[in-house]
Design a protein around this ligand. Structure first.
Ligand code: COA
Length: 325
């Protein structure tokens, strides 16, 4: 369905979903040679949610999408576009977004997945925003959903303690007129030369297995702080703002030390940074919309607030988006 061309888009609802089972650091220490003290000191993570057999990327995405639709107070029938960011789809194909579409009963519109790992939600949001501006649809669901527990090497203490499962979703609505509201500016980047620092060692076209996540953590850490602070500066400059104007930063939740170091580099007060990594660990593409939903529902992020979303992940890929809520 094609509708009138729009000048922008804004978030009118958010939602989230987490698997039932919570796994603490102490429980992980029974499986691998680690400790609660080490994990908390190096990452800020205290627990994560882990999907059980009946919970998949699609079931979490559907629950998050329903919560976002409820929050927006709209019916699924008005959704013409679903963009779902994931690196852990239910199946190689079709796209997990089409499972969400079928469950919600809004068939006939556009539905597809994007793969940009931990920055997937930023890529999905920018894609949906662009398509709404063309008039492709009036309302979109943008979802980040992951079950990274299924691609972790549970014998590798350097990675298995860092990740969790979950989903977050936003409803994006095309708007026209108010240039000072909605998504104000976005920058995305990729650098494929850094593939070997963070990747999965399997896939349908190589090993015909799902594979496991592999990471050189220290190097990823260094790149993350530099890339994220640079992309935040770019978006601030593009939109004529400075760091002091921000009411909130909703970062990708990889490691509390990355959040602290990036905020310090830009002179952003730590109390303006939304932190959920302690409860959710790194949920990859789900982490930004999950954190956004937490901070909206607990009353911190309000309508009118200036909010910066940012993320970096495997590829490398990274990006940031400035939003007037
Ligand atoms: N428990 C206990 N010890 C562990 C451990 C664990 N879970 N994981 C690693 N160690 C050990 C290492 O083996 C190493 O031991 P050694 O000194 O005897 O060799 C020691 O702890 C220090 O390891 P190091 O890798 O230097 O730690 P670090 O301070 O860099 O922290 C990360 C490791 C992974 C937490 C950190 O590098 C990081 O967060 N990187 C970014 C990862 C990330 O965000 N990825 C996702 C981006 S989307």
């Amino acid at each position: 369905m094609t509708t009138a061309v729009a000048t922008g888009s804004r978030i009118i609802g958010t939602g989230a979903a987490l698997p039932r089972q919570v796994v603490t650091n102490a429980e992980l220490a029974e499986r691998v040679d680690t400790s609660d003290e080490w994990i908390v000191a190096r990452t800020g993570i205290r627990q994560r949610h882990i999907a059980q057999a009946d919970e998949t990327t699609a079931t979490l995405a559907i629950a998050a999408a329903r919560a976002a639709l409820d929050d927006a107070g709209i019916d699924a029938a008005s959704i013409g576009l679903i963009v779902l960011a994931t690196a852990t789809p239910d199946n190689t194909f079709p796209a997990t977004a089409t499972k969400v579409q079928a469950a919600l009963g809004c068939n006939g519109g556009v539905a597809f997945d994007v793969a940009a790992v931990c920055s997937g939600f930023l890529y999905a949001l920018a894609t949906a925003d662009s398509l709404l501006r063309t008039g492709m649809a009036r309302r979109a669901l943008v979802i980040g959903a992951e079950t990274f527990s299924r691609i972790l090497d549970w014998e590798d203490r350097t990675t298995c303690v860092l990740f969790g499962d979950g989903a977050g979703a936003v409803v994006l609505e095309a708007g026209d007129g108010d240039a000072a509201a909605g998504i104000l500016g976005t920058r995305l980047h990729a650098d494929g030369t850094q593939h070997d620092l963070l990747y999965v060692d399997g896939g349908p076209s190589t090993t015909q297995t799902v594979g496991h996540l592999r990471m050189r953590g220290q190097e990823v850490f260094r790149h993350a702080v530099v890339n994220l602070s640079n992309v935040l500066k770019e978006v601030l400059e593009d939109t004529g703002h400075n760091a002091a104007d921000l009411d909130w930063v909703v970062p990708h939740q990889a490691n509390a030390r990355i959040l602290d170091a990036t905020a310090r580099k830009l002179g952003i007060a730590p109390e303006k940074v939304i932190v959920t990594v302690d409860r959710h660990a790194n949920t990859s593409a789900a982490s930004v919309p999950l954190a956004l939903d937490v901070a909206r529902k607990d009353g911190r992020i309000k309508t009118g607030d200036l909010v910066m979303l940012e993320a970096m992940g495997g590829g490398f890929t990274w990006g940031a988006s400035l939003i007037r809520m």
